[in-house]
Design a protein around this ligand. Structure first.
Ligand SMILES: NCc1[nH]cc(CCC(=O)O)c1CC(=O)O
Length: 323
């Protein structure tokens, strides 16, 4: 008998697409030993309409899926990795981190405009303090408008869109989400990390399972094959940085890690921006990877966070909290 596995997902178009990729990959890797069924879980983040900040950040998207996993309504939960709060929840483990998409942010503007061509005072939509601060660092004249909603709703707010009110000149979205939804045609500029550093974990998926999953179960074997070591090491470093800074996904912090030196070293670059964009702190660090790469990646993130704290990161973050 093949192992039958319930895969929990949010019901947004992006979540369903992401979960579809994971289900297909697990089915292929499990060969005949796994059958998979998708289960939709409604989260507070989908149900309530206040600003993301007022709901307590993107953790609201994750909590309901984790509850479903813990009480057995599903056996696997697929999340956008950047939405996971730092810190490991009791009873759950990160079973696999599949290969990452391009983590960059993208501008989707009316009339093909780029950031430097938007008119003075242009209205740009984002719910992310990290994106807002980095936009204002380059273009202090812009009016940043707090928006949320799924990718289609946000794209519909750009002037000239056929599907929405068109009250904004542009929005900023993760390129990865647009790619997965087949909406890359809306992108008018892809940001390099020196202009807009992505959120820790952006572009990666997290496949969570209960920690008591037996190592010899077909699901456990398929997860080990799905796991992509370069992506896992990068996101462990990025999230360890965020954890040491005691910050969440709403913090104006960008981080970008990648393997270098033929996979023997890990490089982490991080940016902390004052929420008004008026001050930026950038630091980077590279380490050699030893026998336990995950532990090394974690140490890299923690050490770079400490370098940033020594350079005054808490003052920038405090200004954010005081705003
Ligand atoms: N917070 C919402 C969210 N979570 C993950 C993605 C995009 C896909 C990804 O980063 O993997 C998005 C939308 C966005 O930021 O544009």
């Amino acid at each position: 008998m093949p192992q039958h596995v319930l895969v929990g997902t949010r019901a947004s178009a992006l979540a369903l697409t992401q979960t579809g990729h994971v289900v297909d990959a697990l089915a292929a890797l499990g060969r005949g030993d796994l059958t998979l069924e998708t289960v939709r879980v409604r989260t507070d983040g989908d149900r309530l309409t206040g600003s993301l900040q007022s709901l307590g950040g993107t953790g609201v998207f994750v909590a309901a899926l984790r509850d479903a996993l813990l009480d057995g309504r599903c056996d696997v939960a697929v999340h956008s990795l950047k939405d996971l709060p730092t810190g490991d929840p009791d009873g759950l483990v990160l079973g696999a981190v599949p290969p990452r998409e391009d983590p960059s942010d993208a501008l989707c503007a009316r009339d093909g405009l780029t950031l430097d061509r938007l008119p003075t005072g242009a209205r740009v939509g984002t719910g992310s303090p990290r994106r807002a601060a980095q936009l204002l660092a380059v273009r202090p004249d812009l009016t940043v408008v707090d928006i949320r909603g799924n990718v289609d709703t946000r794209l519909g707010r750009v002037a000239g869109s056929a599907t929405g009110p068109g009250d904004l000149d542009a929005v900023v979205l993760a390129r990865a989400g647009l790619a997965r939804l087949g909406r890359l045609e809306a992108v008018t500029q892809e940001f390099t990390p020196d202009v807009m550093a992505p959120a820790p974990g952006q572009g990666a998926l997290a496949v969570e399972v209960r920690s008591d999953l037996p190592a010899d179960a077909p699901l456990a074997r398929a997860l080990r094959l799905l796991d992509h070591r370069p992506t896992r090491l990068a996101v462990v470093a990025e999230r360890a940085l965020l954890g040491r800074l005691e910050a969440g996904c709403a913090a104006p912090i960008g981080a970008d890690a990648h393997l270098a030196g033929d996979g023997r070293t890990l490089r982490l670059d991080a940016v902390i921006v004052r929420p008004d964009g008026g001050a930026i702190l950038r630091r980077g660090r590279t380490i050699a990877l030893g026998a336990d790469g995950v532990a090394d990646a974690h140490r890299l993130g923690t050490e770079l966070a400490e370098i940033l704290l020594d350079a005054g990161a808490a003052d920038l973050a405090f200004l954010g909290a005081a705003r």
